[in-house]
Write a protein that binds this ligand. Sequence first.
Ligand SMILES: [Fe+2]
Length: 366
Amino acid sequence: MPVKKKKVTPSRSKKSSEALAKIRSLESEISIVIQEMEQTVRHFDCLSQFASLVASDASREDLIHGAQKLACELLQCEAAIVDLFDVPVAVALQAKVEERRVKSVLQIPLKIGQNTLGSLQVMNKVALLAAVKPGRALSSFDLGDQRLLEELGKQLAVGLENSRLRLKLKKSFAETVDVLAEAIEKKDRYTGGHTKRVAYYAVLIAKHMNLNAEQSEMVRLAAILHDVGKIGIEDRVLKKRAPLDEAEWVEMKTHPQLGFEIMSRMEGAQEAIDGAHYHHERWDGTGYPRGLKGEEIPLTARIVSLADAYDALTSNRPYRDGVEPALAYEEILRSRGTQFDPRIVDAFIEAFHVEKMGKGSGGSNR
Ligand SMILES: [Fe+2]
């Protein structure tokens, strides 16, 4: 039996094609909304990551570089430049921009309160969404871009200000350390540069442990501070030109704690303070003032402890001459794993041979 074809009226056909067009239009709008939502989530992620960088101890260079990279990602543009008034840091992608024609620019000030630090500028918006959202002027920056850049700029300004304050604090800490080191050298002239030599040896060991510049600086400061507590030791004990008796030893052993009491008022470098406080602790737990053991002892203190011992061994005392570096070297190796952290002894071995560590004169590791 032949199938009878249903007759489609012109009005019904028109209605279905209109419905189809509506569906397509809705699909397109949904696609744009999804894309915009994904973009918002991506923006939020990027800004959160930058907030973590700001909250960390990131350097000024890392902050600037991070902000420039992020600005390009967030705003989909070809280049971003940070210009600061105090230092000309127009860096990173600028060279690349100079070769290109500037088509669009957006610039915001970097401010902390009323103080303007400089500016953050982005250039040449890339029209990535033009295909799905025709008619929108995507090759220039819009209000949404400006808000994003302002948010990034606020975070960058806070990060730069924190970094400036941290540097200022470190500088004032280093100045205080120098004053204290001078005070101990003046009180006990017999030490004859002991502090400087311990700092020198400690930094060499840090170098052969591959510590970074900041850790190495903490080691240097800890070494300079290590005997500051001797300011509080009586002269008859400190300057005695003979081995100490038991009671005198008890007094002498208070110097790490006395030093800590002086240093605890200083702000800026806890690792350096800890390094000085615990420089008479021993790897096997039999040291003082707290009998800390192994890695309970801060790394800076373990390094200063070895550098201090090496200088004391090679330095002359009123009641005995210092030994030759080779003998001091053997002595240090014998104390690997008892008095000293094995890893630090290994770095010392490398430093001793590579840097040709020599001999001091004067000094004491009491
Ligand atoms: Fe000491």
